[in-house]
Design a protein around this ligand. Structure first.
Ligand code: TPP
Ligand code: MG
Length: 190
């Protein structure tokens, strides 16, 4: 399974939920799968989609968002592992933290990342999070349905191949504009 295939399933299962996508090819490809007001493309701020999503979970409590999804890369996740500690400590019941693990910094040329030796799923479980791990599309489809139903913060570890969809345009929108569109989605009547 590659990133684009994984993102297609995530966008389908979580089409009504806020999705915070990490920078680089993840935002680029998600935008190409489907571009929705419910997406926040975190251009450049590598590693922060998980922290942003945790804050959103807390801020949106009782406001009808079934789940808040963060899509992080393996490199980004290990750049900001304290988000795992925060998620475990704060226990936002509606957090779904999805880590697309290709073992490298695929967006910037495929340099080897620490996940080639540091098992993210074990690290997250060690922090006390409930962890799901998948490595094929059928499992991902099933597990996305399961994570939609959970009543606790979860980390979904998805093993993907290290390729990028070639030729996609950069997400060059002004981050202020991207954030404004997302904020308007969040404050819309449900
Ligand atoms: C603090 C910081 N360092 C480096 C970058 C450049 N950069 C953007 S995406 C990326 C690779 C991200 O790797 P990973 O999170 O594993 O996602 P992948 O591209 O593999 O899907 C890098 C190094 C950045 N945007 N911010
Ligand atoms: Mg990676």
């Amino acid at each position: 399974m590659n990133r684009f295939e994984a993102l297609s399933l995530i966008a389908e299962q979580y089409r009504d939920c806020p999705i915070v996508a990490t920078c680089g090819a993840t935002s680029r490809e998600l935008k190409h799968v489907v571009d929705r007001d419910s997406h926040l493309y975190v251009v450049d701020s590598m590693g922060l989609s998980s922290s942003i999503a945790i804050g959103l979970c807390l801020g949106l409590q009782g406001q009808g968002a079934a789940k808040v999804v963060a899509i992080e890369g393996d490199g980004g996740m290990l750049m900001n592992p304290n988000a795992l500690s925060s998620a475990s400590f704060l226990r936002p019941a509606n957090l779904v933290l999805i880590v697309l693990d290709n073992g490298c910094f695929a967006s910037t040329g495929g340099q080897r990342a620490q996940t080639s030796r540091v098992p993210i799923a074990n690290v997250a479980a060690g922090f006390g999070l409930t962890v799901f791990s998948v490595d094929d599309l059928e499992d991902l489809r099933r597990t996305l349905q399961d994570t939609y139903q959970t009543q606790e913060p979860v980390l979904l570890h998805v093993k993907i191949t290290p390729d990028n969809v070639p030729g996609l345009p950069y997400v060059n929108d002004d981050p202020v504009v991207l954030a404004d569109r997302f904020k308007r989605f969040l404050t819309r009547e449900r």
